[in-house]
Structures are given as structure tokens and as C-alpha cells.
Design a protein around this ligand. Structure first.
Ligand code: GLN
Length: 519
């Protein structure tokens, strides 16, 4: 009854947007606070505390991050078919709080003997892997679904949708900005468990925000299959069976995260299955226009794999580069390596409104989505170009901080041309019935990127002793090799996409025009 009266009342707005957006803004802000706070510390925690080599640290992050972004496909399907977005988000939030708190248990630091032998606290490592697996399930249920729910707040043709996504994206980055400053500072000053624990506390606030804001969602994101959820199987309500099964799946991810090859196979299978399903759906369920739009979306998604594979170096090779090769003093103030990541988030917060304004202002000169994606690829490539330049002009000393800041600036401009634009495009180009799934596929692309990113990062792996890289110039050469390669890759794929952009535009059947006009 309450629900109906809320739905029928005239909608109150906040900054001109449905008030539900702000619940999603703050929930996602806290979720990303926990996610990025933990991720910023991760490579250092592995290499300096558990004394992983660069390569095994990179690969573990690759497996974890790949799973974290792959599971949203399943979370999206389960939400589409059964739970609805709201319940899926709450379940995901609970898993995330538990996972991040589990990360706060650090056990004993690894030790390296004179002969180079490393002894690790294996019990602590198993708790760590299990905590990662809870985070994987948590993000799987939360990440794609909360983005889809943003889209649901707006009716078709509502011209506030794009700016709604821009605001939402600022929430993501506000969380990331605060986390990379606060969690990294806590982690480095007081110990890893404080940094990781703070991430868990942040997620707890996110969950509270979401649960307490139910009314403001005005019934959006509810399950359209309550009959199934209420029905019992094996004496238990189906809804609870879904939660139970999903919680148990953490056991599987616990093992997978420790096995890079298993993740590789799972990704290939998930990619192939999703692709076959998209083709099947397009052929059997869609007419020419909707089919073209789904095809355009799929091509765009494939290109995002390259973008994120380059961009995600931030958490592995670029993070280690900042630690080892960068002169990190800014205005006589020493910034820690992980805190450099906050530049990306800061630039997003500062530039997102400018980009949103610019797209509208450009009017008929506003590049179409495919061209924007091509620009993004070139920009991410150019970011590595800045690092190459920085290394080349550094002589025998450390590289000046400005070069990494410039790289993040270029990467951020690329991200703004691809990521919020892309999220909005998914909600418009995808057939409504499979929106949750397609949002999941959008993140599945990032999953492959994370996996590829970790393999790429290994091009710059440096031999370490007790977690430290001994020789500055040898290390510099390895980073130079990696960054040069990434520079050319970004530019080459950008040019390729630019060449095929007219075809993609045609397939979009006018949705692109709507996107550009901010409709
Ligand atoms: N930084 C964005 C986020 O955390 C985009 C992530 C992605 O799609 N790869 O949501």
C-alpha cells in the first residue's frame, strides 16, 4: 500500500534527478571506496608483506580482478530473472562487508632467509583468498545491477539519463578518491589491517545507505518473479536457495583465485557462451533495428577490452613504477605510491561535468560513441607515451612525478570518453529484457582486460629481494619496454576503431544521435 502511494505521488527530485539516484550514488561511492581502497594496497601487500614476486603478485591480482568483473554477468542474469536489482544489491553488499572485513586479518609477514628461501603464513593467505572470493561474489551481485538500476530510474527518452550516469560516475570516483588517500594512508602508517579494515567499514556504510533508501527508489528494481522467489524447493524458499547457492559459490572462487589457468579457461568459456547467447538472442528474438543495436553494442564492448587492459596497469605496473622509479615528492611533500592513484579519481571528479557539458555543447560536432571510444583508446596510449617520455628525459635519476600525473590525466580523459558514455549506451542499446545480462557482459569485457593487464604487467616484472627492486636503471628499462608497447597498442586500436566507426554508427540506428543529444 505504502509502495503504491509512493509510486503515485509526484516525483520529488534532487538537483533535478530522481532522488533514488542519490541513494545509488552514495551506495556505489562506499562500495568503490572499499573496492579501490583495498585494490590500491593489494600489490604492495602481496609483494612487501607476503613477499610475492612481481609476476605472481600481478597474476594473482589479474585472477582476482578478472573474477570480480566476470561474476557480474551471473549476478545480472540472476537479478533479471529472479531477484530484481534491489535484492541482488543488498545480498552483494552483505558479501562485500564480510569479504573486506576478512581482509583485515593479515597474519604474519613472510620472511626471506639469507639463501633466498621465503616462508609465508599459509593460513593467513588462505583467509586472504577466501576474503577475496567473498568480494568476488559481492561485486558480482552489486556492480552491474546498481548500474542497471540507475538506468531504470529514467523513463525511455528521459533526457536526464546521461547526466544521471555522469553524476553516478562521479560517485564512483569520489569513493575511489577518498579510498586511495585514506585506506592507503592507514595501511602504510598503521598497518595493512587498518587500511583493509577501513575498506570494510566503508562498505558497511554503503549497505546501510542502500537499505535505508528503499523508499526513494519508488519501487524500481524489484523482482518481476516474486511467485518463483516465494515458492519452496526442498522445503526452502527459492529466494533463500539463491542466496545459499551464491554464498557457497565463494568456495569455488576461493580455489579459482589461486589458479590463474582455471580463471583463464573460465573467462574464455564465459566469453564464448555470452557471445553465442547474444547471437542466438539477436537472431531469434529481435527485429532488424534492435538486432543492429545489439551488434553495435557488442562491437563496442569488444574494444573496451583493449582500453581497460591498458588502463588497469594502474593497480599493478604503474603502482609499482610509482613506488620504485618515481620521485614522489610534490611541493616538498612525499606522496606514497598508492596515493598517486587518487589523481585518476580526482581528475574524473573535476573533468566529468566538463566532459558532459562539452558533449552537449559540441552539438552536431559531438563525436558519435564509436569515435569517442576510439579517442579513448588513443588517449590511454598517449598516457603511456607520457611515461615513456618521462623515463627518457630522466637521465640516471628517478622520474619526475609530473609525468605520472600527466599519464593519469590522459587516461582519465580517455576513461571519460568511454566509461560513462558506455554505461549509458548499454542501457539504451540493449534489449530491455536482457539489460542485466548485457551490463554483466560490459563488465565481463573488463574481466578479460584485467586478466590480460596482469600478463602485460609482467613484461615489466623486476627481480626483487625482500620486496624491494635493487637496481633503479634495470627496473627503468623494463618499465620503458612495457610502456612503449602499450603506447603503440592504444594508438593502433584507436585508429582501427576510428576506421570502422561509420559502420557502428549505422548499426546504432539513431540511438547514437539520442546519446549525443543527451536524450
Ligand atoms: N572505474 C570504473 C568503476 O569502478 C570503471 C570500471 C570498469 O568498468 N572497468 O566503476
Amino acid at each position: 500500500m505504502l509502495e503504491t502511494s509512493i509510486n503515485n505521488s509526484p516525483e520529488k527530485t534532487f538537483f533535478g534527478h530522481p532522488r533514488g539516484l542519490f541513494i545509488l550514488f552514495f551506495t556505489e561511492m562506499w562500495e568503490r571506496f572499499s573496492f579501490y581502497g583495498m585494490k590500491a594496497l593489494l600489490i604492495f601487500y602481496l609483494t612487501k608483506y607476503h613477499l610475492f614476486s612481481d609476476s605472481s603478485g600481478n597474476l594473482l591480482i589479474g585472477s582476482y580482478a578478472a573474477l570480480v568483473y566476470a561474476v557480474p554477468v551471473l549476478g545480472g542474469i540472476i537479478a533479471d530473472k529472479y531477484l530484481g536489482f534491489r535484492k541482488a544489491i543488498i545480498f552483494g553488499g552483505i558479501m562485500l562487508v564480510l569479504g573486506h572485513l576478512g581482509m583485515a586479518y593479515e597474519g604474519n609477514a613472510a620472511t626471506q632467509s639469507m639463501t633466498g628461501e621465503i616462508t609465508r603464513d599459509n593460513f593467513a593467505l588462505q583467509i586472504f583468498y577466501f576474503s577475496l572470493s567473498l568480494i568476488i561474489v559481492g561485486v558480482g551481485f552489486l556492480k552491474a545491477n546498481i548500474s542497471s538500476l540507475v538506468g531504470e530510474l529514467y523513463e525511455e527518452g528521459d533526457n536526464r539519463r546521461d547526466s544521471g550516469f555522469t553524476l553516478f560516475y562521479m560517485g564512483i570516483n569520489l569513493g575511489s578518491f577518498l579510498a586511495t588517500l585514506i585506506c592507503v594512508w592507514l595501511g602504510e602508517t598503521y598497518g595493512w589491517s587498518y587500511g583493509f579494515g577501513a575498506a570494510g567499514v566503508g562498505m558497511f556504510f554503503g549497505l546501510l545507505t542502500f537499505i535505508s533508501g528503499k523508499k526513494l527508489l519508488r519501487g524500481k528494481g524489484e523482482s518481476n518473479n516474486t511467485v518463483f522467489l516465494e515458492k519452496k524447493s526442498f522445503g526452502i524458499k527459492n529466494e533463500w536457495l539463491i542466496y545459499l547457492g551464491s554464498t557457497l559459490s565463494a568456495l569455488l572462487f576461493w580455489q579459482m583465485v589461486q589458479n590463474h589457468d582455471a580463471v583463464s579457461i573460465a573467462l574464455q568459456l564465459a566469453g564464448a557462451a555470452s557471445f553465442i547467447y547474444i547471437v542466438y538472442y539477436a537472431i531469434t528474438q529481435l527485429n532488424g533495428k534492435a538486432r543492429g543495436q545489439l551488434a553495435a553494442l557488442t562491437i563496442l564492448i569488444v574494444f573496451t577490452i583493449v582500453f581497460w587492459a591498458l588502463f588497469e596497469q594502474a593497480y599493478t605496473s604503474m603502482n609499482l613504477f610509482a613506488d620504485r622509479i618515481l620521485d614522489r615528492t610534490i611541493f616538498s611533500f612525499e606522496v606514497s605510491a598508492g596515493q598517486f592513484l587518487s589523481f585518476n579519481a580526482l581528475f574524473i571528479i573535476l573533468l566529468a561535468p566538463i566532459f558532459a557539458w562539452m558533449w552537449v555543447k559540441l552539438g552536431k560536432y559531438n563525436p558519435n560513441t564509436a569515435v569517442k571510444f576510439a579517442i579513448a583508446l588513443m588517449l590511454v596510449g598517449l598516457g603511456f607515451g607520457a611515461l615513456v617520455m618521462g623515463i627518457n628525459v630522466s637521465g640516471v635519476g628517478k622520474v619526475a612525478a609530473i609525468w605520472l600525473i600527466l599519464a593519469y590525466f590522459l587516461h582519465t580523459c580517455g576513461e571519460l570518453s568511454l566509461s560513462p558514455v558506455g554505461l549509458s549506451a548499454v542501457t539504451k542499446l540493449s534489449p530491455p529484457k536482457i539489460l542485466g545480462f548485457m551490463m554483466g557482459v560490459w563488465f565481463l569485457a573488463t574481466a578479460s582486460s584485467e586478466f590480460i593487464a596482469s600478463i602485460l604487467a609482467n613484461i615489466a616484472s623486476v627481480d626483487t629481494s625482500n620486496g624491494e627492486a635493487p637496481d633503479l636503471n634495470i627496473a627503468k628499462q623494463s618499465y620503458l619496454k612495457l610502456f612503449e608497447y602499450l603506447y603503440y597498442t592504444g594508438i593502433a586500436f584507436g585508429v582501427l576503431l576510428l576506421i570502422i566507426s561509420p559502420l557502428i554508427k549505422k548499426l546504432m540506428h539513431g540511438v547514437d544521435k539520442e546519446l549525443n543529444e543527451g536524450k
